[in-house]
Ligand binder design. Structure first.
Ligand code: SF4
Length: 315
């Protein structure tokens, strides 16, 4: 549609992450096993690992997901078998669609729990890590934990066997020596469950489209534009960090002066006001607000007065 996404890791960052992951898994996963021993205080020297990036040479996601489920069923219902799953493929229903998720590893049962492990190349300096990078990794780990719990429920196994902490592995200080730390995910899991209940199903969204609508990217730009324009968008600046449609939706939000273009805080402060042009018209007494907008307009007036006071425009 003429809007190239401008986000994602640089090739250098991707190469660095891959090299660090290879180091953690080098020598029969020696570093991963050492960190599991350090952080989870169990003897795991003899742990085996199954690489699930392929199944008998087959990289098909459905096949990998089926193999992951069958191994999880075996590990969770049997005796304590010390098998670590490398790159398992999990599924999660998101808005009526099946999403595939690939955590870097899932441990064998440790003290009655299975743990997700994530390997990242940002460093831990004196035990301190970049909070933004950790928060982002925690969100991803929470999705894997939720997917694991749903898989256990479907297999009629106890989902409480999945730990609510994950093992973050990153380089220690300025060396490449792997460092591990357990991070609590309860807050992220609560937020994620809430967000998933609010997502609208793709099938329901499609009902709003005319029969001729298409989302086929090989079709004419105008046809695509028409179909996408028929769907409601809920753009906020946060979209820029994860969605390929962000620049398209940002232009659309700018064109219709959506308050959400300025961020979700502004949008939430102005319930009932769907355009910043309308908000300015209320402030300039060009239009009178209705009952639903009155509270938002009162807040705007108070903010406007504060701004004028700070600028010294009001005595
Ligand atoms: S940019 Fe935001 S509003 Fe647009 S499609 Fe992506 S998530 Fe939805």
């Amino acid at each position: 549609m003429g809007y190239e996404p401008r986000f994602g890791q640089s090739p250098f960052a991707i190469a660095r992450e891959q090299a660090f992951e290879a180091l953690v898994k080098w020598g029969g996963y020696a570093e991963l096993i050492r960190l599991l021993r350090d952080q989870l205080a169990v003897p795991v020297d003899e742990a085996g690992v199954t690489d699930l990036t392929e199944v008998g040479g087959d990289t098909n996601p459905a096949r990998r997901a089926a193999e992951t489920r069958s191994l999880l069923a075996r590990l969770a219902s049997g005796n304590d078998e010390r098998l670590i799953l490398d790159r398992p493929l999990l599924t999660l229903e998101v808005a009526g669609q099946t999403a595939y998720l690939e955590p870097q590893a899932v441990t064998h049962r440790v003290g009655g729990k299975f743990y997700v492990a994530e390997i990242r190349s940002f460093p831990a300096i004196d035990g301190q890590t970049n909070p933004t990078a950790v928060a982002q990794t925690a969100k991803q780990a929470a999705v894997s934990v939720l997917a694991l719990r749903r898989t256990f429920e479907q297999l009629e196994l106890d989902p409480a066997q999945i730990a609510h902490e994950f093992l973050l592995i990153c380089p220690k200080d300025f060396s490449n020596r792997p460092y591990g730390r357990l991070i609590d995910l309860r807050q992220e899991l609560d937020a994620l469950r809430f967000q998933l209940t609010r997502l609208r199903r793709a099938d329901d969204l499609a009902l709003a489209l005319p029969p001729s609508a298409t989302l086929d990217t090989d079709r004419e730009e105008g046809e695509l534009d028409f179909s996408v324009g028929a769907l409601d968008a809920f753009y906020t600046p946060g979209c820029l960090s994860f969605c390929e449609m962000a620049r398209y939706c940002r232009d659309e939000a700018t064109a219709c002066a959506s308050p959400a273009r300025l961020g979700s805080t502004v949008r939430n402060t102005l319930p009932g006001v769907d355009s910043t042009r309308t908000a300015l018209a209320y402030l300039g007494d060009i239009h009178a607000p209705g009952l639903t907008e009155a509270a938002a307009v009162d807040r705007l007036r108070a903010a406007d007065r504060l701004r004028q006071l700070r600028r010294g425009d009001v005595a």
